[in-house]
Design a protein around this ligand. Structure first.
Ligand code: HEC
Ligand code: HEC
Ligand code: HEC
Ligand code: HEC
Ligand code: HEC
Length: 424
């Protein structure tokens, strides 16, 4: 049934296409300055705008849709999520959704962000990036990143194909000038990080804070010359294929629509390297060096819910634990370090639930910036003898729920070091 409806939509599109195909192709336009209340021209081809079901685009762009909706080529996993306490219901993706779908495809069906609105924002509609209207791509030099405009009711799927591809002028933007059965506009900024800025950053640059990914990339990675890679170069690896299977265009390098991130072991495993050293022979002091070698931004990045637990343990010759130490590395909720000292102040804030949730966990390490080497030191209090120091890093999708709930945690690195300690 659904297939038949699609075919009708596609036929209508194809009929409208010959006129569009004759129109001369547009040159890339200079970057517009983003404004909050943008004028949005309804799309001739896609009257439902950014709420257009992605499967409608997938009828012609089949391989891209398979990646977006099914995750073909990724190792994404959605383990189910709990909000806070042990025993809270585990929020699962609905039946029929691929458990390896891209996070953008899951955005409209993942129950966690929906419930987070209730749990953290007292039901206030805050998911503007999760259900956006068409937006224009911001200028690279923008000091402050505005939020996209939210869709009103009937939000439907979250980050649809149209959410990224439909411009405020009602046309479909892509990196190339092509002949398509819908109106298109070539915009080379589709291959630049600015394309992701609107939803992957908010406000001004504050190192350490959440919702900074684009700004971390721009200020810490791209500007100082650590790398030339745009977000797409790491998060949308390319392959050779036709853009639309039945289209007239050639086979060429096309970006895979996967966006692996915090739900991918492959992605997380490539971000940080960990090295343990004993700087002074015979003493128990150990240095843990965490080096951001793989990410074009801080680790962890994005939402303040993310965190990396680093647990170090000293084991004696029999393998028994004799000492341990733990760190949490995570983005701050607001523009200053999370700290229990602010709990009283939080109670009077309009965002008190979310602010309190962050401050209750107490002070922690800030995220490790692009290219940074973070050195943590630990001197386990042990007698003379032979020990092994073992350190394990675990990525936690939701650092606020019970640590005993391990469904949303993933070990990302492990290192050991034999240590000789002289008797005191
Ligand atoms: C999160 C934003 C986003 C979403 C969602 C998205 N795309 Fe894209 N798409 C991009 C970007 C960015 C590029 C350009 C990537 C590059 O070449 O570096 C692109 C490229 C393309 C291209 C051109 C390929 C080429 O290289 O010529 C097509 C066609 C396309 N997308 C279709 C789709 C379809 C169909 C969907 C839904 C199944 C979709 N996109 C969902 C961001 C998105
Ligand atoms: C319209 C807003 C929007 C745009 C534009 C957008 N994203 Fe996203 N992105 C989101 C949201 C919202 C999520 C989280 C969805 C969820 O988990 O419910 C997300 C998730 C992700 C994730 C996965 C995080 C995880 O938890 O697994 C990656 C990686 C990512 N985006 C990269 C990109 C890149 C690269 C671009 C630019 C090509 C981009 N996004 C453009 C809104 C956007
Ligand atoms: C009726 C089939 C059909 C449908 C439906 C369709 N497209 Fe296309 N699209 C095409 C064809 C054909 C091309 C040109 C491909 C080529 O050059 O080979 C194209 C081109 C594009 C491009 C430009 C690619 C580039 O290289 O810059 C983008 C982006 C795109 N489509 C996105 C979408 C999105 C998003 C949707 C849904 C909202 C959609 N398309 C729906 C057939 C379709
Ligand atoms: C040099 C490669 C590289 C570049 C460039 C890069 N990333 Fe990443 N990205 C990574 C790695 C590695 C991770 C996993 C570690 C982490 O979560 O920080 C990651 C993780 C992410 C996540 C997952 C966060 C989560 O909560 O699940 C998002 C979202 C993301 N990147 C978006 C972006 C955006 C947007 C850009 C461009 C502004 C970008 N990335 C540029 C490598 C890169
Ligand atoms: C500026 C854009 C933006 C706004 C505004 C926003 N989000 Fe998000 N949200 C994202 C992105 C991007 C991600 C993907 C993870 C990341 O980058 O950390 C995300 C991820 C999430 C996640 C984790 C989902 C997962 O798959 O693990 C939850 C929960 C969430 N958001 C809830 C909310 C709530 C509640 C609000 C309102 C206070 C909100 N978001 C407002 C962009 C936004």
């Amino acid at each position: 049934m659904q297939h038949r409806a699609l075919t009708a939509a596609v036929a209508a599109l194809l009929a409208a296409s010959s006129a569009a195909a004759q129109a001369p192709q547009q040159k890339p336009t200079p970057p517009p300055v983003p404004t909050l209340a943008e004028k949005i021209t309804p799309s001739k081809d896609f009257p439902k705008g950014t709420a257009t079901p992605s499967a409608e685009c997938g009828a012609c762009h089949q391989a891209i849709h398979r990646e977006y909706a099914g995750g073909f080529g990724s190792d994404m996993r959605y383990p189910g999520q709990t909000l806070r306490a042990k025993g809270d219901p585990v929020l699962q993706l609905p039946a029929g959704t691929s458990v390896s779908a891209s996070a953008h495809a899951a955005a409209g069906v993942d129950p966690w962000p929906v419930h987070a609105r209730e749990a953290e924002e007292e039901g206030k509609k805050c998911n503007v990036c999760h259900f956006p209207q068409p937006f224009s791509i911001p200028d690279r030099a923008t000091a402050e990143i505005a939020k996209p405009a939210p869709r009103a009711e009937a939000q439907g799927e979250g980050i649809t194909c149209a959410a990224c591809h439909l411009g405020t002028d009602g046309r479909i933007r892509g990196p190339h000038a092509v002949q398509a059965p819908h109106q298109t506009v070539a915009d080379e900024r589709m291959q630049s990080s600015e394309m992701c800025a609107y939803c992957h950053a908010m406000g001004k640059r504050v190192a350490g804070k959440q919702t900074q990914t684009y700004l971390e990339w721009r200020e810490d990675f791209f500007k100082p010359g650590l790398g030339k890679q745009q977000c797409q170069d790491c998060h949308m690896p390319r392959t050779l294929r036709k853009v639309a299977e039945d289209g007239a265009g050639p086979v060429r390098a096309v970006a895979r629509h996967l966006w692996t991130g915090g739900h991918s072991g492959q992605r997380l495993g490539s971000a940080l390297s960990m090295v343990l050293v004993q700087p002074r022979a015979d003493r128990s002091d150990v240095e843990l060096h965490l080096v951001n070698v793989g990410a074009g931004h801080s680790v962890p990045t994005g939402s303040n819910r993310r965190g990396i637990w680093l647990v170090a343990r000293a084991l004696d010759a029999k393998g028994e634990q004799v000492a341990s130490r733990e760190w949490l590395i995570a983005p701050w909720y607001g523009p200053r370090p999370d700290d229990r000292a602010f709990l009283k102040e939080d109670a009077a804030r309009p965002d008190r639930i979310a602010a309190t949730q962050a401050d209750e966990q107490g002070p922690h390490e800030a995220p490790i910036r692009a290219g940074e080497e973070r050195v943590l030191t630990w001197a386990p209090d042990v007698e003379g003898g032979s020990y092994t120091v073992e350190a394990v890093m675990t990525y936690d999708l939701n650092r606020y729920n019970d640590r005993g709930f391990q469904g949303d945690q993933r070990e990302i690195s492990r290192a050991t070091l034999p240590v000789q300690v002289k008797a005191r």
